[in-house]
Write a protein that binds this ligand. Sequence first.
Ligand code: SAM
Length: 306
Amino acid sequence: MPRRLWRHQDSRWIRRLLPACDNDVSLARRQLTWLKEKTRNPTLLDRHVYDRVVRHKPLQYILGTQPFGDLEIVTRPPVLIPRWETEEWVHRLIDILLPHVKAKSQGAQERPFRVLDICTGSGCIALALAAHLPPHRTQIIATDISDDAIALAQHNYHDNKSLIQNHVDFQQVDVFSDAMQRMDPFDLIVSNPPYITFDDYKDLDPDVKQWEDVRALVADEDGMAVHRRIVELASNGLLLRSSKLQRQGKGESSITTTTRIPIPRLAMEFGGTHQAVSLKRMMKPMLNDVQVWKDLAGKDRVVVGA
Ligand SMILES: C[S@@+](CC[C@H](N)C(=O)[O-])C[C@H]1O[C@@H](n2cnc3c(N)ncnc32)[C@H](O)[C@@H]1O
């Protein structure tokens, strides 16, 4: 198409994209640029703009991928699109874990560092850990209730294989099932579980409600049913004994007692300040050092226990 016609067509697409971009022209322009990186075919671009504006299809599902650190995660409805908030805390966690796991893996006899990612979705958290923790020294199991999620996570594992040097075992398991109790204990549990209440779900944008699995978003008990279940599993043996338990004389040697900086052992994302107090209260009997980390927007985002 001649350049002048492209320019005219561009402003038409930008105008059409505006309602999906809160009437923010620069955002609409950016979205058009990304769409044009996917295709230069005007008929296909028309189709994508229609999907975006009329069908409320999230841009990441149209583009087909979403970066998560250095990984390129394939996005496919109805599996939750990885969010920047998650990407941020996961990389902060990796920065804290890395020296510890490296030091621990020096000893030839050391057993592998075992990680469990519950509610893995696209696999983004498990895969980021697998890519950045020391190679061949980390064992990661990632679970989800949804077969769509497990299939996509496995796909993402193979797509990003060149960056990943630790095996990840993806398993379709309901966190409320007995199968969880039969797993061997882990050094670290991470999770971004569903945390929205049914009432709040009603007010979500159609981009979210019409495309992402409701199971990825909504949970009972004020949005904290899955968090509560994870804490219960962790305190009943799914997590290696904490140093708090050891001081009470109940445990064997644990990684947390040998280092001065608390090493995170359980990290769970949540929805905001309204859930922070309950989550801290849930975790405190089991772990020594329980902190709430804020995201870059200043919102309480993840509860981390060491
Ligand atoms: C908020 S999404 C998180 C996905 C991914 N970890 C991320 O951060 O993008 C929550 C995930 O929990 C899964 N899920 C919901 N209920 C579950 C349950 N009872 N057992 C296991 N997984 C569950 C959903 O299928 C969904 O993939």
